[in-house]
Design a protein. Structure first.
Length: 214
């Protein structure tokens, strides 16, 4: 380890291992002071997170960002029924078609709709203005968009819609777009509070994929 430290210019080398024990994992982390050759060890038992497990399973193949979206927005851990579906059952759209989607929630919630394009870039498409009402009442079906239209156009390929439900009202950061990332998906909104802006994570999630062609 001293040799590795000198070669890489490392002062503290952090290493460890994860061992599966039934439905849990044993995490052991070691931090070694390269110069002093002294190691501190910490261990913990953690429960598996199905979303994280899905991300790890998909990371080896395909787009990591897409795998992350599939894992986070699978809806597996939703505490109540929350769904989104496109107006076309087969999800096939042609250049020039218009899309609408229907969102359903069993509980009152505020929601955010994120679009993932064919290149893996994410952008919030609802709400984007003060006129967008992103509150949905319990057992209500909302059609989105409600004051504009989503027109399908190039580039062609498969895209994704992700919808997150939140228990508190929020504001969306302006021009929130860029390469798909965990920060963009779950930390792109803030709670409306006096004299503070607190990061929020979605409580329930849903998604669908669709294709754009000629």
């Amino acid at each position: 380890m001293q040799s590795i430290g000198h070669q890489l210019g490392v002062q503290i080398l952090v290493h460890g291992n994860i061992t599966k024990i039934g439905n849990e994992y044993r995490l052991v982390v070691r931090a070694t002071d390269v110069e002093k050759a002294v190691t501190s060890i910490r261990s913990a038992t953690v429960k598996a997170d199905r979303r994280f497990a899905a991300l790890l399973e998909n990371k080896a193949g395909g787009n990591v960002g897409e795998s992350m979206a599939n894992a986070l927005y699978s809806g597996l851990d939703n505490p109540w029924r929350f769904t989104v579906q496109t107006d076309k059952v087969n999800g096939d759209y042609h250049d020039g078609d218009y899309m609408t989607m229907r969102i359903y929630s069993e509980k009152d919630a505020w929601f955010k709709v994120t679009h993932i394009d064919v290149n893996g870039n994410a952008q919030v498409i609802y709400p984007v203005s003060p006129n967008d009402n992103n509150f949905i009442r319990a057992r209500q079906m909302r059609q989105i968009p409600d004051n504009t239209r989503f027109r399908m156009t190039k580039p062609y390929g498969e895209e994704m819609i992700l919808v997150g439900a939140y228990e508190k009202p929020f504001v969306v950061q302006p021009n929130l777009s860029g390469p798909l990332s965990n920060n963009l998906l779950v930390r792109g909104i803030t709670v409306e509070r006096e004299d503070s802006r607190t990061d929020m994570h979605p409580i329930a999630t849903a998604k669908f994929t669709y294709r754009i062609g000629y």
